[in-house]
Design a protein around this ligand. Structure first.
Ligand code: PMP
Length: 403
């Protein structure tokens, strides 16, 4: 539970009572997030609640979150441009280095143009309602990220959910909607954040071609990981057939902020239409400088990506050999599925006691019966780190009767 420190302000008693009751229900359903305190930078290891832990619960796949070059770029930009951005970019203007960042995003996404957003969430929440309207239809994978789901809710288009990565279901649904709507938009994660499986973009773009649909890929977990770092469209060699290339600096790129790449007119339209771009203040210029450096590193230091995959392959193989259920993982997201809320929580607690920082992922974040620990491997993990985590898994897994 949170411990709230205040100055004793009391609002209306009946307001307090409404939320006290709701909060109590959430506590009873186990829907409360316990927040751990980081006492230093995050990385493959970090000081958490005063203790050195191995981190398997961070999106910092390429270990760039504490990279000295990102920090140096941010400090220099802060000295030159100050800290705050002033107002939303559309009104106050943006610092000149964002132009350079936009060019770099285009190079990274292999598109004509690029654009930053305050966050990855803001890209989806703002772009999907901007590019669709009444008379359009959106086909969305059932396991798409919550920010996509919210973006679709804000759209005036019809929404149809297709079964996870099920191409015959997608085809059926495309057949049903074909000719009945003005535009068809297929939306998918590139890599699914809870299972670590990869959307079959080669098949999706083929269907899109057949039914004249637009393709929108949120590659938050594929960037820096797949396709020589360029992400899942590059992995399948279909960059040119994806119309909206969405991403974030908050995962493998080790920073913060969202991005989108696409054709010039598409991006220019989004910049003038997406409400999360027009109405929400962007990140400070120092963050832009760090983001620029991070893109440079991801596009040049391929060794980092290789280390990430070596670590991932080793970790997953050992878990599989021990008899854990790692589901459909194809990427550095390696779930250990236990299928029970209590067991997932217990496993996380036992791993925590052994110095491994993981979090249980339970309903409603995943379907009931698929409760899990989601491990995210980092390029900076040493073999000793992974062996320590694996030994902890083996000990806890045996105790809980999972293996
Ligand atoms: N899309 C996906 C698939 C994600 O996993 C996330 C991160 N939780 C986001 C979008 C949102 O990105 P950000 O954290 O940069 O807002």
């Amino acid at each position: 539970m949170y411990i709230l420190y205040g100055v004793g302000f009391m609002g209306k008693t009946w307001v307090k009572e409404i939320y006290a009751k709701k909060l109590q229900e959430m506590i009873e359903r186990g829907e409360i997030w316990e927040i751990r305190r980081l006492n230093g930078p995050t990385g493959p290891r970090a000081l958490v609640n005063g203790r050195e832990m191995i981190i398997l619960s961070s999106n910092n796949y390429l270990n760039l979150a504490n990279d000295p070059r990102l920090k140096k770029a941010a400090i220099e930009a802060m000295e030159k441009y100050g800290w705050g951005p002033g107002a939303v970019w559309a009104i106050a203007g943006y610092h000149e280095l964002l132009d350079e960042l936009h060019r770099k995003i285009a190079e990274f996404k292999r598109t004509e143009a690029g654009l930053v957003f305050p966050t990855g969430f803001a890209v989806n929440a703002g772009t999907i309602p901007a590019i669709t309207e009444q008379g359009d239809v959106i086909l969305s994978d059932e396991l798409n990220h919550g920010s996509i789901i919210d973006g679709i809710r804000l759209s005036r288009a019809e929404k149809i959910v297709y079964k996870h990565c099920d191409m015959s279901d997608l085809e059926d649904k495309l057949r049903q909607v074909h000719g009945k709507y003005n535009k068809i938009l297929i939306v998918t994660d590139g890599v699914f954040s809870m299972d670590g499986d990869i959307a079959p973009l080669d098949k999706i773009v083929k269907l899109a071609r057949e039914f004249n649909a637009m393709v929108y890929v949120d590659d938050a977990h594929g960037e820096g990981v797949l396709g020589d770092g360029h992400g899942s469209p590059a992995h399948f060699g279909v960059d040119d057939e994806v119309d909206f290339h969405v991403g974030t600096f908050s995962k493998a790129l080790g920073s913060s902020g969202g991005m989108i790449g696409g054709d010039y007119e598409v991006i220019e339209f989004i910049r003038n239409k997406a409400r999360t771009w027009l109405l929400s203040t962007g990140f400070p210029p120092a963050v832009a400088a760090a983001n620029l450096k991070s893109l440079e590193i991801v596009m040049t230091e391929k060794d980092r990506i290789r280390r990430l995959w070596d670590n991932r392959n080793y970790f997953k193989k050992r878990l599989d050999e021990m008899g854990f259920n790692t589901g459909k993982s194809q990427t550095p997201i390696v779930p250990v599925i236990v299928g029970d809320t209590k067991k997932a929580r217990e496993l996380a607690r036992m791993l925590w006691d052994e110095g491994i920082f993981v979090v249980p992922i339970v309903y409603p974040m995943v379907a009931r019966g698929t409760e899990r620990i989601r491990n995210q491997v980092n390029a900076g993990h040493t073999k000793e780190d992974l062996d320590k985590a694996l030994a902890a898994y083996e000990k806890a897994g045996k105790k809980l009767g999972l293996i």
